[in-house]
Design a protein around this ligand. Structure first.
Ligand code: PGA
Length: 251
């Protein structure tokens, strides 16, 4: 009932020509796929060029970040949700741990970005996840629950039904160390439960919760077999069209 989403987060990789090359290779590899939504998140500079290549295909585009204020204005260096829609984006990744960690993004800023994205009709992919220190201290669920509550605070059920959550334990990102399917499932179930108590069972049942952190073609399958894992946010392994297409075709 929840349509899975496999999203590739390219992070700060690929010049425009290589970004085009990547999707030109990817398109035929996944052209027959209907069991899931396929999303790629190129850097801002390549969004428009990639969108041109993907027109009419089954691959959608996400941006990796967005300004917390929509529209136009005096915000040097920022890119608004309206501009991302204009460039061909359907989704936007918000609150990735690298943004929280390296650029000081707070729960409050993440919440404002979600509001701006929703206002422009973008679907936010909201990232949450604990650090290794927090997990070792037994605080993983508390941290993730706090992030989820802050992200959803004040949103209507209708708004929440247009967003996705990505659980990405910080210790699993780019480390080669994935959460076990059981660890990921436990956190996903906890998130869904929290959303149910905040917004009702129907919203919780419809919410797609992706897992992210060192996903590869050889570890995607058992993760996707878990009942509360509705997709994947893939970093490193999404850069190569072959390996990303194998992840997309996990079934
Ligand atoms: P990774 O990154 O797959 O390279 O661990 C995942 C992410 O940061 O979204």
């Amino acid at each position: 009932m929840r349509r899975p989403v496999i999203a590739g987060n390219w992070k700060m990789h690929k010049l425009i020509a290589e970004a085009i090359q990547t999707v030109v290779h990817l398109k035929p590899l996944v052209a027959q796929v209907t069991h899931c939504e396929i999303v790629v998140a190129p850097p801002f500079t390549a969004l428009w060029a990639v969108a041109q290549q993907l027109e009419g295909s089954n691959i959608m585009i996400a941006a990796q970040d967005v300004c917390d204020v929509n529209g136009f204005g005096a915000r040097t260096g920022e890119i608004s949700a309206l501009m991302l829609r204009d460039a061909g984006c359907e989704y936007v990744i918000i609150g990735h741990s690298e943004r929280r960690q390296f650029y000081g993004e707070t729960d409050e800023l993440v919440r404002r970005k979600i509001g701006a994205a929703l206002e422009a009709g973008l679907k936010p992919i909201v990232c949450v996840g604990e650090t290794l220190e927090e997990r070792d201290a037994g605080r993983a669920e508390a941290v993730v629950t706090r992030q989820v509550e802050a992200a959803l605070s004040g949103l209507s059920p209708g708004e929440v039904s247009r967003l996705l959550i990505a659980y990405e334990p910080v210790w699993a990102i780019g480390t080669g160390r994935t959460a076990s399917p059981a660890q990921a499932q436990a956190m996903h179930a906890c998130i869904r439960q929290r959303v149910a108590s905040l917004l009702g069972q129907e919203v919780a049942d419809g919410l797609r919760i992706l897992y992210g952190g060192s996903i590869r073609p050889d570890n995607i399958r058992p993760l996707m077999a878990e009942p509360d894992i509705d997709g994947a946010l893939v970093g490193g392994a999404s850069l190569d069209p072959q390996s990303f297409s194998e992840i997309v075709q996990y079934r």
